[in-house]
Design a binder for this molecule. Structure first.
Ligand code: GCU
Length: 681
């Protein structure tokens, strides 16, 4: 359904992007009047945020593995299509004429100042950017804050040696050229001595090196050097200034991580206001940024678009049509139709630490909308057992809160000030500490209980037949009636003698047998012997979905995911442990079933560990849906199997199938030992 809705959007977007500009142009006098922003909280409309965990097939993912592979990737694509435009591909970065390093002192703090002109592309005439970096003297591998600046590097420090930018800058006077008068004017936004004193490096470059911040900036931006269209008619999902600035931050990162002074795993991307929007998008596009900070980024940054408070999509896309991709403007006054919102952008940082800062006097940026977006993104961190912002009550001014998502509301106006920096550094101290970093595991998904359960599983397969453990349920053994049914729910027609069952050969290969015992998580023990007929083909369909292959694979060197020991057509065995035809062999499998949730999809994937003839052949592979193209619920399905499948979906419990594949495989000594279901997630 979502897919249909999107197709519909596309038609509409396409129509609007072709026709509306003309209409707008004709009516420009009427439309020029700026809509009055809403600043009254009680007039904020009700809204419903898009679900971060839905994937296009309407299923919901609820584990971090599936979040990263499906939902986060899906949300990213929505942000690309509808807000920022497609992520730009990387290009070669080289240092023109080498780095310039000098020892200096910043307010008494000994520092190394490093300057480099980076060439952004493979050609001698590729564009360049000038990067200014300070690191504490004698520092090795320090964490670094990286931010773009508005007016050129010379405005960030008072240092007379810093070259004045030649590129376009925003200026009230209107000539848009930086002069000596700009030197040091932005120093409050680049507190070198205090951050160096705390053990951090500070890097910056001018945003105008990548995209001059005006409506016609595209023509002189770096985009043409990347072969992007810069004329009037650009594609609906073509990136604008924000996408280009984000790309620029990644190119600077390419260089930073080559420096001996910089810890490549602890570069923090930070930005104020429009450059805060770019920092968030850079963190979304480039997972190498270890932490992401947005300061007063507002509309199109951290603030929810659906909240009609302060700046709106209509206003921002009219005043700054060059910032986003053309499609974003279509959602002016139809924010509810936007398939994503800015909480999706914030969730792109998960599980890395994210900090959102607002200022109480900056109502234009909607501080509450920024805070609520971070609250709405928190479930993404929770998937990793990390806490974000767990309450939707805004904190009082000047109090920094949150764990892996930090937030504060500073008093005062729209700016990046010492107070903000101090909170960022405190947050980075907590979340990117050296010890934490040397053990990156802390930032990886928490070890699941399943991993422990699997780690303990090492059955003794030396002596066959094996004695079943006390609490095992015997499905096949001497002097007991086999606990198997036919696919019709009838008694089986496989031949049985002295506790040994032999698969009947059927042309259709549909004469599988089904255990009458159902289980959720279990250890499964099966002894079997292949026959020379039909390559000894058979298998164990656990729950009817996941097939441990039985096949005459003895001695096969280049074994595949169709050989014995494989999870058929999904995961080849770790080693070929197959024994020759005519010998008894043994599988011991610890199976942790996927947790299903009927309406919402899978809550957590299943996993298994398998030993074959004393060797580990599968070690913790995760799965959800059936991985074999031939599953009994699809081929030769009967009313009995339909019921079995329904039970599986309702309870998570299913049977063990022994497969008929035209070969008279023999089975004996089959048992299951149920595991406590709490062990599964
Ligand atoms: C304007 C714009 C904001 C932006 C800000 C800035 O106010 O409307 O969206 O964040 O400029 O970059 O300073």
């Amino acid at each position: 359904m979502i897919i249909k809705a999107q197709a519909h959007f596309f038609l509409k977007i396409h129509f609007f992007s072709c026709v509306l500009p003309v209409v707008f142009a004709l009516q420009s006098n009427i439309i020029e009047a700026q809509p009055t922003p809403n600043y009254i909280e009680s007039e904020v409309r009700d809204y419903h945020l898009p679900d971060l965990f839905l994937v296009p097939n309407q299923k919901k993912v609820l584990s971090n593995i599936y979040w990263e592979s499906f939902a986060q990737a899906h949300q990213f694509e929505l942000l690309e299509k509808f807000v920022y435009g497609r992520r730009l591909p990387a290009t070669a970065v080289s240092v023109l004429g080498g780095e310039e390093r000098c020892n200096t002192e910043c307010d008494g703090v000994p520092a190394i100042r490093i300057q480099a002109t980076l060439r952004l592309g493979p050609n001698p005439n590729s564009p360049t950017t000038n990067v200014l970096l300070f690191v504490p003297q004698a520092a090795k591998k320090v964490p670094v804050f990286l931010k773009l600046n508005f007016l050129g590097n010379q405005a960030e420090v008072t240092d007379k040696d810093i070259e004045i930018t030649q590129n376009w800058i925003i200026s009230k006077e209107g000539n848009n050229h930086a002069t000596e008068a700009t030197r040091g004017t932005q120093i409050r936004r680049f507190p070198v001595s205090s951050m160096l004193g705390r053990g951090y490096g500070l890097a910056t470059a001018h945003c105008g090196d990548f995209f001059p911040d005006h409506k016609d900036g595209r023509a002189t931006s770096i985009l043409s050097s990347l072969g992007r269209p810069t004329g009037e008619n650009i594609p609906d999902d073509e990136p604008g200034a924000i996408g280009t600035w984000a790309w620029g931050l990644s190119r600077i990162l390419d260089w930073l991580i080559t420096l001996p002074e910089v810890d490549p795993k602890r570069v923090i991307v930070l930005g104020h206001s429009r450059l805060g929007k770019a920092a968030l998008w850079a963190g979304a596009c480039d997972k190498r940024f270890a932490m992401v900070i947005s300061n007063d980024s507002g509309c199109g940054g951290a603030a929810l678009s659906r909240r009609n408070f302060g700046e709106s999509i209509e206003v921002i896309t009219k005043r700054f049509p060059h910032w986003f991709c053309p499609t974003f403007a279509f959602f002016a006054n139809r924010e509810d139709e936007l398939p994503c919102d800015q909480h999706s952008l914030l969730a792109m940082t998960a599980p890395r630490p994210l900090y959102i800062a607002s200022a109480a006097g900056d109502r234009w940026a909607d501080p509450k909308g920024e805070f609520l977006a971070a609250v709405a993104a928190t479930p993404a961190w929770n998937l990793y057992n990390f806490q974000g912002l767990e309450s939707d009550r805004m904190p009082p001014v000047n109090l920094s809160i949150g764990q892996m998502i930090g937030y504060h509301l500073r008093d005062g106006g729209h700016d990046l000030l010492q107070f903000d920096w101090e909170q960022f550094a405190n947050f980075a101290d907590r979340n990117l500490k050296k010890e934490t970093h040397s053990q990156p595991k802390k930032h990886r998904p928490e070890k699941s209980k399943n991993e422990d359960v699997l780690a303990d599983f090492h059955p003794d397969q030396r002596i066959l037949p094996t004695h079943p453990p006390e609490n095992a349920v015997i499905l096949l053994g001497k002097n007991i009636k086999p606990k198997f049914m036919s696919m019709d729910g009838e008694p089986i027609d496989w031949s049985e003698k002295d506790g040994v069952l032999t698969a009947t050969q059927s042309k259709q290969h549909r004469n599988h047998i089904v255990s009458t015992e159902l289980f959720h998580d279990a250890d499964i023990h099966v002894e079997f012997m292949t026959s020379p007929i039909a390559h000894g083909n058979s298998g164990l369909y656990i729950h009817g979905h996941f097939e441990l292959q039985i096949y005459d694979s003895f001695g096969v060197k280049n074994f595949t995911q169709q050989d014995e020991g494989s999870l058929y057509r999904f995961m080849k065995p770790l080693t070929n442990a197959s024994r020759p035809t005519g010998e008894w062999q043994v599988y011991d499998i610890r199976f942790i079933a996927p947790n299903r949730n009927n309406s919402d999809g899978f809550r957590s994937p299943g996993t298994l560990k398998a030993w074959l003839n004393g060797q580990l052949v599968q070690d913790g592979v995760a799965f959800t849906e059936p991985r074999s193209p031939y599953i009994p619920y699809k081929h030769g399905v009967t009313p009995y199997l339909r019921k079995t499948e329904q039970t599986l979906h309702e309870t998570g419990r299913g049977p063990l199938f022994l497969q008929d594949h035209g070969s008279p495989t023999k089975f004996r000594n089959i048992w299951i030992k149920r595991l406590p279901e709490e062990q599964s997630l």
